[in-house]
Design a protein around this ligand. Structure first.
Ligand code: DOR
Length: 431
């Protein structure tokens, strides 16, 4: 099978390319990059007027399988991925049961292969059942396909457990991903603590709940020497702590979400849960610090924290409604909305080069021999209608907003899996 992506502006920071180039993919790998490639028998993707990048990788996604298929399935989540321009996603272990055994991880890998859309990289649990007590079997999990470990959704409360975990997994390349929220400081909070929560009489989580765990986990990373990644950073102080840790030689990377870059904690006046998320939307000071940290290089990756839930679940009382919302299908536009001045090469670095490097997975560049994973996107304004999401989660604070950038075509292993607004299962294109 040959696929030719023709006439686009190729942005590949690894090779220092930003120029009009065609990309030819044969048998799943890039076989030629050049001007005016002629391949009569190839399936052609017309990328004229668009940007062509090494496939985007979202390193923080909740696919909800096994156990919560009313919220999302691997099939619907990967359909949302490719529609949003992502050729690969890392899926978090807070499923039911958690991704804490080789059998469950193997089943996720099998279902992802059967879906035939985006590549799926499971993130294994740090502790069994994500209960924060017993260590998960990291070596077996890595053999089954896990690329990283995390108790995402919560924080192991016991620092001794986390320290032992980092030591036990020290010979594996898999990074540890920290969800940083102190459960005691956070309490029953539904939003950020600040003037807005005071005015509304709502329980707020202080930024301190995040900062103390970021500090603790960076010190455990230093103690263990393990590569560490801080998920969904939301406070200015977390960024300062990460900068400090780097001066001490700690191998730490971090990500920010689209919602923390766009919104602040002024969205709860109607007591609705649409914007309820962990960590919560913060102050304008924090949001501006996150934007600055993307521009100054402190932030390594963009990641959505795609967290689909049923509309009925999110329609409950603010105190009862689950945290999070869908992010895959709005991400490219949201990042561009938050940071219109971000150079394209840096945009690609945050969405492709760095996630591939942090997770140690293929991709991140489009040289000859690279995987045939490509994202084609353009700066074309569009209006979000969450009802049209491929994700089962139809909830997003971006609903109704006009975003300035969108994905046009997605190619995984040389197969065109999204084009002209349609998700195309692989069978259809390879038949
Ligand atoms: O808002 C969130 N939702 N944050 C998390 O860390 C977990 C996620 C979920 O699984 O719903």
């Amino acid at each position: 099978m040959k696929t030719l992506i023709r006439g686009g502006r190729l942005v590949d920071p690894v090779h220092g390319i930003d120029a009009q180039r065609d990309v030819l993919i044969e048998n799943g790998f890039v076989s030629r990059i050049g001007e005016n490639i002629d391949a009569a028998d190839a399936r052609v993707v017309d990328a004229s007027g668009a940007i062509v990048a090494p496939g985007f990788i979202d390193m923080h996604v909740h696919l909800r399988e096994p156990g919560q298929t009313h919220k999302e399935t691997i099939a619907t989540g990967t359909a949302a991925s490719v529609a949003g321009g992502f050729t690969a996603v890392a899926c978090m272990p807070n499923t039911e049961p958690a991704l804490d055994s080789a059998a469950i991880v193997s089943e996720v890998v099998r279902r992802a292969d059967a879906a035939g859309l985006a590549r799926v990289y499971p993130v294994g649990a740090i502790t069994k059942g994500r209960a924060g007590k017993e260590l998960a079997p990291y070596h077996l999990l890595a053999d089954a396909g896990c690329v990283a470990f995390s108790d995402d959704g919560s924080t192991p409360r016991d620092a001794r457990v986390l320290r032992n975990a980092a030591r036990y997994a020290s010979d594996l390349p898999c990074t540890f991903i920290s969800h940083c929220e102190d459960p005691d400081l956070k309490g029953a909070a539904v939003m950020n603590e600040g003037p807005a929560s005071m005015r509304l009489g709502l329980d707020g989580a202080p930024g301190l709940a995040e900062d103390v765990i970021v500090a603790r986990d960076l010190l455990i990373a230093a103690d263990s020497g393990k590569a560490w990644h801080i998920a969904h950073v939301s406070t200015a102080t977390s960024l300062d702590l990460i900068r400090w840790a780097r001066t001490r030689g700690v191998r730490v990377t971090c990500e920010v979400t689209p919602h923390h870059l766009v919104f602040v904690d002024d969205r709860f006046d109607d007591y609705r849960a649409d914007s309820k998320v962990n960590p919560p939307l913060r102050s304008a000071h924090d949001r501006d610090a996150l934007r600055a940290a993307v521009l100054d290089g402190t932030v390594d990756a963009f990641a959505t924290d795609h967290a689909p839930h049923g509309l009925d679940e999110k329609a409950q009382l603010l105190s009862l409604a689950p945290v999070g919302f869908s992010g895959l299908e709005t991400a490219l536009g949201a990042y561009a909305l938050a940071l219109p001045q971000l150079p394209l090469a840096r945009f690609v670095e945050l969405l492709s080069v760095n996630p591939a490097r942090i997770l140690g997975v293929p991709g991140g560049t489009l040289g000859v021999g690279s995987p045939g994973d490509v994202t084609v996107f353009a700066d074309r304004a569009w209006t979000v209608d969450a009802r049209l999401f491929r994700s089962k989660g139809k909830n997003t604070p971006f609903d109704g907003m006009t975003l300035p950038r969108r994905s046009l075509a997605t190619v995984v292993e040389g197969a065109v899996v999204f084009e002209h607004g349609r998700v195309l299962p692989r069978e259809e294109v390879t038949a």
